[in-house]
Ligand binder design. Structure first.
Ligand code: NAP
Length: 340
């Protein structure tokens, strides 16, 4: 008996928040595999802030059409193969989409040698849009060092929590900005950050003046908007502002609010620079190697939050945009994979 595929598709383009009614769940029998294709039973789907920017119909990222499967990275195992060298049972990672079964060309896939690590880690701490992004952003773009005060926003999220830990390893004093007391406590007690600011209950500018009286040397920004302005207003001389993302703007990308405080860059002889991890393809290998080594040694951690059931992806995305997740957010399918 053929197993059906359950997938989440875009039903209508969100206007503002991407609420669950923008999506539809469809269950259909899969077609025939084409030559060079494999069928992957998806086990985990990555929930990423950037997904929201793919639902608009135009933009920097690849876009999802109405009725199309939501684009997302995933990991799983091959259940059927028409590609030589890609056996049934092989663990793979790639753009599998928000679905339980993905029929994909092997050109879109990467084999995973799980090597004792759980598959979910290949989307989180070792994922291109998570651990690797944080590594490239910190080690190549921001380059914090001893004597620097390093501030990171969305600090308890996937990219932010890894970026802060890497900056700390590099000798910086690390202050995380995140929403709510649970997240502040996590940054201080679990991740060993030197300071935490709860932007939902505290005045970010005032707290920065307390925690970083000599100014912020490096800001790794995941949020944009008011938080970016508050940090710009507190820059040290010759500071670096790294734009990794701007989640506060993703629900209204046609009306992005730019930084009102950008003249501080001139006044403090500072720089602002953006990046995307895929601008540095040559660093993905070294980043993955270092992150793998550190995960095994326990010198880096990334909390995972997992919602079970592919149909919960819309709920997961909303959960993230409302600040629910601590660390990496994933959806686990209930697909049954063959033994490896
Ligand atoms: P995440 O940080 O795990 O989750 C997003 C977090 O953002 C939420 O938990 C929430 O935490 C915070 N947030 C949501 N709406 C907010 C708002 N309006 N104002 C302030 N904070 C808000 O997500 P992620 O996937 O790791 O992405 C983090 C950032 O990295 C995003 O900006 C994303 O676009 C960027 N990114 C960049 C690259 C690149 O190559 N440059 C690659 C991947 C991701 P709070 O509770 O703290 O509000």
């Amino acid at each position: 008996m053929t197993t059906p595929n359950t997938r989440v598709v875009l039903a209508r383009r969100p206007d503002g928040e991407a609420t669950p009614d923008c999506f539809e769940v469809r269950t259909e029998l899969p077609g025939e595999l084409a030559p060079d294709q494999v069928r992957v039973a998806v086990e985990y789907v990555s929930v990423d802030a950037g997904t929201r920017t793919m639902l608009r119909g135009e933009g920097f990222h690849q876009q999802v059409g109405i009725g199309d499967t939501i684009l997302a990275g995933g990991v799983g195992r091959i259940t059927q193969s028409r590609a030589e060298g890609w056996p049934v049972g092989q663990a793979v990672r790639g753009g599998l989409g928000v679905q339980t079964l993905a029929d994909v060309s092997t050109r879109q896939l990467e084999k995973i040698d799980a090597d004792g690590l759980p598959l979910s880690v290949y989307l989180g701490a070792l994922g291109a849009s998570t651990g690797v992004t944080a590594w490239i952003g910190v080690r190549e773009v921001a380059r914090p060092g001893p004597g620097d005060t390093f501030v990171v926003s969305a600090a308890a999220g996937a990219v932010g929590s890894m970026a802060g830990q890497l900056a700390k390893q590099d000798g910086a004093r690390v202050i995380g900005i995140a929403g709510g007391p649970r997240k502040s406590a996590y940054l201080l007690t679990e991740l060993g950050f030197d300071g935490a600011i709860d932007y939902k209950h505290e005045d970010v500018g005032a707290r920065l003046r307390e925690l970083a009286p000599d100014g912020v040397n490096v800001f790794f920004d995941n949020v944009g908007g008011d938080i970016l302005d508050a940090v710009l207003d507190n820059l040290a001389m010759r500071a670096r502002v790294v734009i990794c993302g701007a989640i506060s703007q993703y629900d209204h990308m046609d009306r992005v609010t730019g930084p009102a405080m950008y003249l501080r860059l001139a006044e403090r002889q500072s720089k602002m620079e953006g990046f995307a991890f895929f601008h540095f393809p040559e660093l993905i290998g070294p980043a993955t190697e270092d992150l793998t080594r550190q995960l095994k040694a326990g010198t880096l951690v990334l909390n995972e939050e997992i919602l079970e059931g592919i149909e919960r992806f819309p709920e997961a995305l909303q959960f993230m945009f409302r600040g629910g997740n601590l660390g990496k957010l994933l959806v686990k399918t209930s697909a049954v994979a063959p033994p490896s």
